[in-house]
Design a protein around this ligand. Structure first.
Ligand code: SF4
Ligand code: SF4
Length: 442
């Protein structure tokens, strides 16, 4: 028997130790004395089998085995992660689509990378997309669809048509169907949310950058008017219809007092228990948004701010969205059966490329070629070839980070590390408190 390389322990300062395993997501609170027993086992790893026979260690060993903190000798955790990562790329039973029915938007955000892209999906492309799904249906067990844009709610008619056809195909072939939407929230009225709900859309990710004066400055409507009041009212109206994840974009201009003011507003509007918060690191991902580069955090600096904001949110009683969960791969770019579809029916692997046809990896109307120069590098990218990732103690939470950065932007691999690399310990304390609060409520 041996100790998992992905165990993390953090003293809470009250005689209890937080125990977490990155590969399984197992989280537990241990008494200090049990942790000392664990340390003894860890330093006598050759003897764990025989120590397990002793009364004082037997129960601890069986609990540690259950949470995969202790493993059989032949288990090679890195090899297992690598195999799961590679198998998932070619799993034909799951089709993941992120569909942009339009790239038009009713906002003009200062950092938007889609400024130069326009266009709506034609009925011919809608038919091609439905055919694309129909052809794959016999092999599918799950179809997941995320509506994306531009602002997808500008073309609710297309969402309705496509969803209805997807749902019918899934019924016919006994495929599980699930959908979500990424929206700026301005058009997300109660009526719109009910229509979405009827189309199996269960969750919505909405962005706010701060309280009114910040949001209205950074994310105004295309005509320059503010967007905050309407979005806040919509959140109140739809909170019982959709699971809301509120993404708060963070850069160097984000101030704690602004964040606190936003929380005040959410609280006043009885949204505290109804939405979950997470923080997005604004990135200057391409030349269109290079103007905001100097305000962007690198991942390491962002990780510190992220801890602070999570602490404030949790202290104020808000729910958290970002929890340390094991990943199979960092994002859908590495899967042969996940695509972002633009209004022309072009297929992409990365959000940063959508609408830039030179970067598409195929089209709905043709068979996808795995050797396409915009697809093959993603499918062939193996984070485990990087020694830093292979040895990394948070590998299962990151799986090598964003492949686009390494493959196409040739950034330093250091800035590709997910913030877990830098803040796992601090976040464990927060996550543990959050879980205990959840348990107390249920
Ligand atoms: S490749 Fe990177 S930037 Fe592109 S979708 Fe994946 S994580 Fe995001
Ligand atoms: S990118 Fe960084 S955090 Fe992610 S697995 Fe590699 S070394 Fe670890």
């Amino acid at each position: 028997m041996k100790i998992s390389r992905y165990n993390h322990f953090l003293p809470r300062g009250d005689g209890k130790i937080i125990a977490f395993n990155c590969r399984t997501g197992g989280l537990a609170l241990m008494e200090e004395s049990k942790y000392q027993d664990y340390q003894y086992l860890a330093s006598h790893s050759q003897e764990i089998e025989s120590l397990a026979q002793k009364k004082e260690y037997g129960e601890l060993v069986s609990k540690l085995k259950m949470g995969r903190f202790l493993l059989d000798d032949q288990v090679d955790e890195v090899a297992q992660l690598e195999l799961r990562n590679r198998l998932s790329r070619f799993d034909t039973s799951l089709l993941g689509l992120i569909v942009a029915p339009t790239l038009a938007c009713n906002f003009k955000c200062e950092y938007c990378f889609e400024e130069v892209k326009k266009g709506h999906m034609s009925s011919e492309t809608v038919d091609a997309l439905v055919n694309f799904v129909r052809e794959k249906a016999p092999a599918l067990k799950t179809l997941s669809c995320t509506w994306y844009g531009g602002e997808p709610l500008l073309r609710m008619d297309l969402i309705e048509k496509l969803s209805t056809d997807f749902i019918n195909i899934c019924r016919e072939h006994k495929i599980a169907y699930g959908a979500a939407i990424m929206t700026n929230g301005y058009l997300l009225t109660k009526k719109m949310a009910s229509r979405l709900r009827n189309l199996s859309v269960s969750g919505a990710q909405v962005c706010l950058d701060g309280p009114q004066r910040v949001q209205d400055l950074k994310r105004p409507l295309a005509n320059g008017e503010g967007s905050y009041e309407v979005i806040l009212k919509n959140l109140v109206d739809v909170k019982d219809l959709l699971d809301i994840s509120l993404r708060i974009n963070v850069d160097k201009t984000t101030r704690q007092e602004d964040f606190a003011e936003l929380l005040d507003d959410l609280e006043k509007n009885n949204l505290r228990d109804q939405i979950k918060l997470f923080f997005g690191n604004v990135e200057a991902a391409n030349e269109v948004c290079i103007n905001i580069a100097e305000n962007c955090y690198d991942n390491k600096s962002f990780s510190k701010v992220e801890v602070l904001l999570h602490k404030i949110a949790l202290d104020r009683g808000f729910g958290l969205e970002k929890l340390p969960s094991p990943l199979i791969s960092y994002c859908c770019a590495q899967s042969m059966h996940s695509y972002i579809v633009d209004p022309q029916g072009e297929l992409y692997k990365c959000f940063n490329d959508v609408g830039i046809t030179d970067r598409s990896c195929g089209n709905l109307r043709c068979a996808v070629d795995p050797f396409h120069p915009n697809l093959f590098p993603f499918l062939n990218w193996n984070p485990l070839k990087n020694d830093n990732c292979r040895e990394c103690e948070v590998l299962p939470l990151c799986m090598g980070g964003c492949p686009h950065r390494i493959i196409f932007r040739e950034e330093e691999s250091e800035n590709n590390c997910d913030s877990w690399k830098y803040n796992l310990e601090d976040m464990l304390e927060i996550v543990c408190r959050f879980r205990l609060k959840q348990r107390a409520k249920s």
